[in-house]
Write a protein that binds this ligand. Structure first.
Ligand SMILES: Cc1ncc(COP(=O)(O)O)c(C=O)c1O
Length: 486
């Protein structure tokens, strides 16, 4: 019998359900028996063999087997444990497959993307210092918002988001990020991921071309693929997105995704001449640029760089922001700023799209921004992240500086290490580091095109790593560079 299907189920099941292992093993076997995948009389592996196959304790498997015996789905024979012969009534209903028995092809394809970072471990990227968030203050503002809410406000709200929040954001973005916009151009979403999906759906048709940085942000790739766009990876250099004349000619884009303030994952900052040229070419191509400004509030060496959106009066730019980095990811709030001429048509269809709601939270957030708490939190976090970045730079220089080059240190919450020896296998080093308890994503897993450009190295997030623990974690990471350390 092929246990590969069973193992696949087991791992997936455990990931999504969070159940204890014995329950997952029981559920997988039960499903396999009831669906007929494990036919009557099939001999199952002994509990010892299955435990070894799954990397589980023998008792865990025994528990699952006992349950199956108790349910009459399995029986003990001289040949060992076998699948019982079920009466017609046992699996009649379940034997018939449901009419839709698998995910759509475009959604199933998402699984091939790199796995999400392992949260709360040095050096998982993109996780803010969650223990520094002013929870009490936030709770008070949420309470206050709910106390003020009227029954009428419990009705369907503006699908573009609460006017107070859109106004507060427009003011903040113009003053602090150099945007040129009005509240009417702001659309509140549940995340950058949601904004990207909205862009893919509302601003491009299936099979149109979307450029994505290579290496680049897997969330953008996922959104574009789910929208059935044709994705084309465009190489980045030390400054970020660097399309060639051939790229413009061969694969004229409808959408261009870029993270100009701090390219994800390599950390490059797009220079002003490159920004101006990109905007001009985007306009010429009749395309739209999607500017993902996910962590630029944290500029460590100098004032924040203004966003591309504000470089010209009617820039062909959709600006995306998120509170996942500046506040906390569990809030699931992001926003987009669309060109003025697209604001009304988009707002007209937003009610038929899924990314809105949470009136009270949006009101509380508007107050958080208007009363200055947001700026104060950003200032504190900027200071903290700079201190953590400095500690990381020092430790990296000391422990591994001779074997890699550091990129993208001026902004944000992560930096990129590029190995000086291109033959090093970053995926293997990343896997070894994880076995030592360090999460350091391999740069090569962020490749977003067939034309893979050689960025081999690691992404190190530092925002959630206390400065006094950084040196120890980097020493542990350094050990993973040596294959002899398993
Ligand atoms: C490049 C980039 N953009 C945006 C986000 C945030 O996305 P969201 O608002 O969906 O949490 C992340 C988070 O890791 C990111 O790395």
């Amino acid at each position: 019998m092929d246990y590969a299907i069973l193992l696949g189920d087991f791992e997936r099941h455990q990931e999504v359900s969070g159940w204890p292992r014995q329950r997952v093993i029981h559920a997988c076997l039960r499903n396999a028996i009831l669906s007929g995948r494990l036919g009557a009389g099939t001999r199952l592996l002994s509990s010892r063999e299955l435990a070894a196959e799954l990397g589980a304790a023998r008792n865990t498997v025994l528990y699952a087997y006992d349950q199956l015996m108790a349910e009459g789905l399995m029986e003990a024979t001289r040949r060992g444990s076998v699948v019982a012969r079920l009466g017609a009534s046992a699996n009649d209903n379940e034997a018939a497959p449901p009419p839709v028995s698998s995910l759509s092809r475009r959604t199933a394809a998402l699984r091939s993307l790199p796995p999400a970072g392992i949260i709360a471990t040095a050096f998982a990227p993109g996780v803010p210092a969650l223990d520094e968030f002013p929870i009490q203050l936030w709770r008070r503002l949420i309470d206050r918002a709910w106390r003020r809410i009227t029954p009428a406000e419990l009705d369907y709200a503006d699908p573009a988001g609460q006017p107070a929040l859109r106004q507060a954001l427009a003011e903040y973005l113009c003053a602090s990020r150099g945007l040129r916009c009005e509240a009417g151009q702001v659309v509140i979403t549940t995340s950058t991921q949601a904004s990207l999906e909205l862009c893919a759906r509302a601003l491009a048709d299936a099979e149109q071309t979307a450029w994505i940085e290579n290496p680049g942000y897997s969330g953008a790739l996922a959104a574009f693929r789910a929208g059935q766009l044709r994705t084309v990876g465009i190489n980045v250099d030390a400054e970020g997105l660097a399309p060639t004349a051939r790229d413009w000619k061969r694969a004229p884009p409808r959408l261009i995704y870029t993270s100009p303030s701090h390219q994800y994952p390599t950390g490059g900052v797009l220079s002003l001449p490159r920004r101006i040229e990109l905007l001009a070419r985007t306009r010429e191509a009749g395309a739209l640029m999607i500017e993902d400004d996910y962590d630029s509030e944290f500029r460590h060496d100098g004032p924040p760089l203004p966003a591309m959106q504000g470089l010209e009066a009617h820039a062909p730019v959709i600006y995306l922001g998120t509170f996942s980095k500046s506040m906390f990811p569990g809030m699931r709030t992001g926003f987009m700023v669309v060109p003025a001429h697209l604001a009304a048509p988009l707002r007209a269809v937003l009610a038929r799209m899924p990314n809105h709601g949470r009136v009270a939270e949006q009101e509380a957030l508007a107050v958080f921004i208007r009363e200055g708490h947001f700026m104060m939190h950003l200032r504190r976090m900027r200071h903290l992240y700079r201190e953590r970045r400095d500690a990381l730079l020092e430790a990296v220089g000391r422990e591994i500086g001779s074997v890699c080059t550091v990129h993208g240190t001026s902004t944000g919450m992560h930096l990129a290490l590029q190995f000086n020896d291109p033959s090093w296998n970053d995926a293997e080093i990343s896997a070894r580091a994880l076995r030592h308890g360090i999460s350091a994503a391999a740069l090569s897993t962020h490749a977003s095109g067939l034309r893979s450009q050689h960025w081999n190295g690691l992404v190190l997030g530092y925002s959630q790593v206390p400065a006094n623990t950084v040196a120890t974690s980097v020493r542990t990471l350094a050990r993973a560079f040596d294959a002899r350390n398993g």
